[in-house]
Design a protein around this ligand. Structure first.
Ligand code: NDP
Length: 456
């Protein structure tokens, strides 16, 4: 059996813990049966030991978790009703840890900051303490800088995990493998051959009862700021020497530092809209403004689209359009790369001479390359053909990879502090322009493709 690791879920009684983190732990322990984890849940609810164990069991059941390690956790796990903003109460929790703890802040962001301030007074923290934080990481660049500063008073940067469950190990490695393990792709990966890149995460789902969070965030912050800019940074990075955390995170940070709204023109290159009533995938949705818990005066967008540019030698002038929205007619989760046209198609050919398009689907990870090929029968005629491949699926689901990385102290998947602040810096002009009404809030019907005149 491997050494014990201690996972402390601050906010163990909350939604994130029961719906995502504990099922992920169950999945991990089912796959890795010799892993031994001490699980401590902390919350402000009064839960009896049995009630807590039942919650953990329900989360494990949701992930079909089984095996000896799972049973051991169920037998040994404990819940503490504590105020995590109080240093003495936090000390009492840390004293229960059998090993250097991984502390997961599954808390409202304001409580997380207070808990970090309280932790500062507990010195020293156990040397190998790992801190895991959820999105949103701050609310703008100054608050992200302040949170970074606070965290670095507690542990070194490598021990801080700013969780991005969206970009799992397999997706990052699939992207890097495709580009850097194939001679045919990497030489084309620049402004010399690529006309535009679109990174799209369109969902058919609506609010799903999460107005409390979403109505304050909106599609721009929920997806583009938090996740899609990370996808852009992996797509556009310079070749890293290794896949370790230092090389990967350096390469991603360099891309983010060079990323700006295209032409610095927020009015021309950003769009926002919210859905009106309709149906999608057999479900009826009311208008967003009529959803429970929504404050229409907040003008929260449920669909956001912004075009950025990466101002460096490789990418200058190439539009990177990032888009994400809810209640849309089709589910689309992909990076679409449109190549420049062939410089000269020999005279004599007829038919398609469209640009080559590579589509890299995210979750499940697949790739297709649309090219022009000589059609059957008439060899002078060019037709479109699609070459398709499915990448092997990762063993663990997204949050399983997150929990594994945290327990193993491997920060390669997490967002480094400077990148987290850069992601706010990049979207700041968009947030400002939207707040001041410079960019109109449009509408689209649930189940549609979004406003008709947006170019993606
Ligand atoms: P919830 O409101 O469901 O849970 C918050 C938890 O914090 C509860 O367990 C609550 O305890 C506990 N808590 C609050 N204040 C204190 C305190 N002073 N001392 C001890 N415990 C306290 O929120 P979520 O689980 O939804 O979200 C948590 C974090 O995760 C947020 O930052 C959110 O943005 C982020 N997130 C959530 C996602 C989700 O799907 N839920 C997805 C991605 C990120 P109690 O209930 O016992 O009062």
């Amino acid at each position: 059996m491997s050494a014990t690791t201690t996972l402390i879920l601050l906010g163990g009684s909350g939604d994130l813990s029961s719906r995502l983190l504990m099922p992920a732990l169950g999945q991990l322990l089912t796959r890795q049966r010799d892993r031994h984890v001490q699980l401590i849940g902390v919350g402000s609810d009064d839960l009896s030991p049995d009630e807590w164990t039942e919650r953990v069991r329900a989360s494990f059941d949701a992930a079909d978790a089984s095996g000896e390690s799972v049973e051991t956790v169920l037998k040994e796990t404990r819940y503490e009703k504590r105020d995590v903003t109080d240093a003495e109460e936090l000390t009492a929790i840390l004293d229960m840890a059998e090993a250097d703890p991984a502390i997961y802040f599954a808390l409202p962001p304001s409580v997380t900051m207070k808990a970090c301030q309280a932790l500062e007074t507990i010195t020293p923290l156990p040397q190998g303490t790992v801190l895991a934080l959820e999105k949103p990481f701050g609310t703008d660049q100054p608050s992200a800088d302040a949170l970074n500063e606070q965290l670095l008073k507690l542990v070194p940067e490598e021990q801080v995990h700013r969780v991005d469950h969206f970009l799992g190990h397999s997706t990052v490695l699939n992207l890097l493998g495709l580009r850097f393990a194939n001679r045919v792709f990497e030489p084309l990966w620049s402004r010399d051959h690529i006309e535009k890149v679109e990174i799209v995460y369109d969902e058919q789902l609506g609010l799903e009862g999460r107005a409390g969070y979403y109505d304050n965030a909106g599609a721009l912050i929920d997806m583009i700021q938090s996740h899609l800019l990370q996808v852009l940074s992996v797509f556009a990075m310079e070749p890293p020497a290794t896949t370790d955390a230092v090389d990967l995170r350096d390469a991603k940070a360099a891309v983010l530092r060079a990323t700006h709204v295209f032409d610095d023109d927020v009015r021309a290159y950003s769009h926002r809209a919210r859905y009106t009533a309709g149906s999608v995938a057999g479900r009826d949705f009311p208008s967003y403004v009529d959803e429970e818990g929504v404050d229409p005066s907040r003008n929260t967008e449920t669909l956001a689209q912004v075009t950025f540019e990466v101002r460096n030698w490789r990418w200058a002038g190439v539009p990177f359009t990032l888009r994400s929205g809810k209640a849309l007619g089709s589910r689309r989760r992909e990076i679409q790369v449109t190549f420049l046209p062939a410089p000269h198609v020999p005279h004599g050919f007829s038919g398609s001479s469209d640009r080559d398009v590579m589509t890299i689907a995210l979750a499940p990870d697949e790739m297709s390359l649309e090219v022009n090929v000589n059609g059957p029968g008439d060899p002078w005629r060019l037709d479109r053909a699609s070459l398709e491949v499915t990448f092997g699926e990762g063993e663990l689901k997204a949050y399983g990879e997150v929990i594994e990385s945290i327990l193993d102290g491997d920060p390669s998947l997490s967002v480094r502090g400077d990148s987290a602040a850069q992601m706010w810096r990049i979207v700041a002009p968009v947030i400002e322009a939207w707040r001041s009404g410079e960019v109109p809030l449009e509408e689209y019907e649930t189940g549609s493709a979004g406003p008709g005149d947006w170019k993606v």
